[in-house]
Design a protein. Structure first.
Ligand code: AR6
Length: 178
């Protein structure tokens, strides 16, 4: 399992993978953080694709995910998911963060993609504690991969050193498990 999940540090927009996951907001119309970076790198075609999805489906609630084309990115598609805003932990945040990861994986699988990159959803503007979020990310993806086969490689793209260390430790622990 270990080799199907990998930590990378840097800018998710530069990756040559099938799918990049965006930590979006419910409007799907862009924002700051990784969302802003993805829209800047992808160009206006991405915003237009998001507008069309929004017109058809309305807002994207926390825990849900939608897929669009990827504009100028090397990736073939962008999956936009909405993580929970951290409100202290008693507002279903963990469950919603799990859903965001799982629904993104399901969409990638349903579209036949093999490689996917996640940012650390909810751990920026949305304030989810980084260690707890990393644990949910790794556990949810690991659990999903044991039951589904199309996805070959998942990258956890960490922007800062602390997040990269957290993920690295978790993946090493997973690899140590019998
Ligand atoms: N590549 C990879 N990771 C990045 C990049 C990048 N280019 N830029 C930032 N990060 P955030 P959220 C990391 O705030 O907490 C937006 O305005 C960042 O360091 O982007 O889910 C949306 O529109 C952090 O670890 O997303 C929403 O309104 C992680 O990505 C809201 O922010 C997520 O931070 C979503 O907040």
């Amino acid at each position: 399992m270990e080799q199907r999940m990998q930590v990378l540090q840097g800018d998710i927009t530069t990756l040559d993978v099938d799918v990049i996951v965006n930590a979006a907001n419910s409007s799907l119309l862009g924002g700051g953080g990784v969302d802003g970076a993805i829209h800047r790198a992808a160009g206006p075609a991405l915003l237009e694709a998001c507008r069309q999805v929004r017109q058809q489906q309305g807002e994207c609630p926390p825990g849900h995910a939608v897929i669009t084309t990827a504009g100028n990115l090397k990736a073939k598609a962008v999956i936009h998911t909405v993580g929970p805003v951290w409100r202290g932990g008693e507002e279903n945040e963990a469950r919603l963060l799990e859903d965001a990861y799982r629904n993104s994986l399901k969409l990638a699988d349903a579209n036949g993609y093999a490689t996917l990159a996640f940012p650390a959803i909810s751990t920026g503007v949305y304030g989810y504690p980084k260690a707890a979020a990393a644990e949910i990310a790794v556990n949810t993806v690991s659990d999903y991969l044991t039951h589904h086969s199309l996805l070959r490689q998942i990258y956890f793209v960490c922007y800062d050193d602390e997040t990269a260390r957290l993920y690295q430790r978790l993946l090493t622990q997973q690899g140590d498990d019998p």
